[in-house]
Design a binder for this molecule. Structure first.
Ligand code: ATP
Ligand code: MG
Length: 423
């Protein structure tokens, strides 16, 4: 197949020297090497890319040998991380088609077509058609100063359209995470999705169940902490993929009219913070995503006559345990989620006792923001929010206390963990 080759038509100043240096150095040593992926896509769209990928004919070992301080990482895909000053450039060897492999050690396919290992090396053309989307398969050649396009990616850039390379169903089967990537790029770029690429999303959604929970958490972070969480949530909620990622949320979100607006508002809030350069935590988003399940569980527990605070704790625990079967939320975040939930209950009960002490809880502000979003979404908690809003206005010292807390270095654990007595 003959590629389309055009002269570079993006601002070269926005392409990091380090990425070009890595590719040029490989070229000097007689290998083919190009800058590829999101960086070229974003440059063509006039955006400033944040990370850089290089594709080369050199093997991971050859790349590693050429760059001091580089590291070979990854199992499913072997990648070389090349450090150039402050940047890390991800260098991948051209991948071939797995069915061309004579040796089953380099490529391995699971029963449903999923690729378990994918380290078969190939040519530039093979590498292009192994990529996920046409807009992600554009190569910049630093030697010729041209863009190489095997998959009509340039047309899709112009048309602002996301198209899976090859047969979408086959490609989703090989790697179901591609479905999440398509929607992530839709949210980020505002592109439309080509009809076959879109149609197969619905059919293939259940394949996501095969993906390890740890990889889904990584993908969750990429999608939701990049400043486009709100459009992504709106998109995902319209597909069966939400059910695959957060079954408990999908099951309960329709029960009360305020659950969905609350979740969307939490996403919008995080996006704003990211754009303003403020710190964000995935715990806040996950607390909002799972809130419908927690609130419904709590309602049932209260109806059974359980006391509110222990009820909230046990419901929170159960919801987390179910959630981590699909998306592996690390402990430090799930602890924070449970604190935010617990405080929802306590804010109402404790405010008349020692409010100043209470407001110094390290999760108070997050819990207050969470409660405000619930009120905004139409839940009947406005009186509590107003009370705490007023209280904080009357106690400006709380703000500086919070900054101190954030600046404090992490405390070391003083005591060794207590052993459970043997039963
Ligand atoms: P971002 O802006 O999020 O970095 P990106 O397109 O660079 O977007 P990466 O995850 O950095 O995405 O991957 C780099 C490139 O590797 C992609 O552009 C794509 O060509 C290819 N790629 C990544 N993941 C897959 C996948 N699951 N299947 C096929 N190709 C992939
Ligand atoms: Mg990238």
């Amino acid at each position: 197949m003959k590629p389309t080759i055009i002269d570079r038509n993006f601002d070269i100043n926005k392409l990091h020297d380090s990425a070009v240096n890595v590719a040029s150095r490989l070229n000097d040593k007689g290998f083919e090497a190009y800058v590829v992926g999101g960086a070229i896509r974003d440059l063509l769209l006039g955006k400033t890319p944040k990370d850089f990928d290089v594709a080369t004919s050199a093997t991971p070992e050859q790349v590693h040998a050429l760059f001091r301080g580089s590291r070979i990482v990854g199992r499913r895909f072997q990648i070389v991380h090349v450090r150039m000053g402050r940047d890390i450039i991800e260098v991948t060897t051209f991948r071939g088609h797995h069915s061309d492999a004579e040796n089953s050690n380099t490529a391995k396919q699971g029963r449903s077509g999923v690729l378990l290992r994918d380290n078969v090396f190939g040519t530039l053309e093979q590498d292009a058609i192994r990529r996920d989307l046409t807009v992600n398969a554009l190569y910049y050649d630093p030697v010729e100063d041209t863009i190489i396009d095997y998959t009509d990616g340039l047309k899709d850039i112009d048309a602002e359209r996301l198209t899976i390379i090859g047969d979408p169903e086959t490609r989703y089967r090989e790697d179901p995470v591609r479905m999440l990537r398509v929607l992530r790029f839709q949210a980020k770029l505002g592109f439309s999705i080509e009809s076959n690429t879109k149609k197969s999303l619905t059919d293939c959604a259940p394949l996501l169940a095969q993906i390890p929970a740890a990889r889904l958490f990584d993908e969750f972070l990429k999608g939701f902490l990049s400043g486009h969480a709100k459009p992504l949530a709106e998109i995902l909620l319209q597909t069966p993929l939400w059910q695959e990622l957060f079954p408990d949320s999908a099951q309960h979100i329709g029960v009360k009219p305020h659950y969905r607006p609350m979740l969307i508002a939490a996403m919008g809030n995080t996006d704003q913070r990211i754009h303003a350069g403020q710190p964000v935590t995935p715990a806040f988003l996950l607390a909002a995503i799972l809130w419908p399940a927690v609130a419904q569980g709590l309602e049932l527990a209260l109806a059974r006559g359980e006391p509110p605070i222990p009820a909230m704790q046990s419901v929170g625990q159960e919801v987390i345990l179910r959630a981590i079967e699909r998306v592996a939320i690390p402990k430090r975040f799930s602890i924070m989620m449970r604190e935010i939930w617990d405080l929802q209950m306590r804010m109402d009960r404790r405010r008349h006792r020692k409010p100043l002490e209470f407001a110094q809880h390290k999760r108070f502000r997050a819990a207050y923001d969470f409660l405000s979003l619930r009120a905004q979404a139409g839940e009947d908690v406005s009186a509590v929010v107003d009370w705490w809003t007023q209280f904080q206005l009357e106690h400006p010292e709380l703000e500086s206390h919070r900054h101190q807390q954030q600046d404090e270095p992490r405390k070391r654990r003083r005591r060794p963990p207590r052993r459970r007595p043997k039963s």
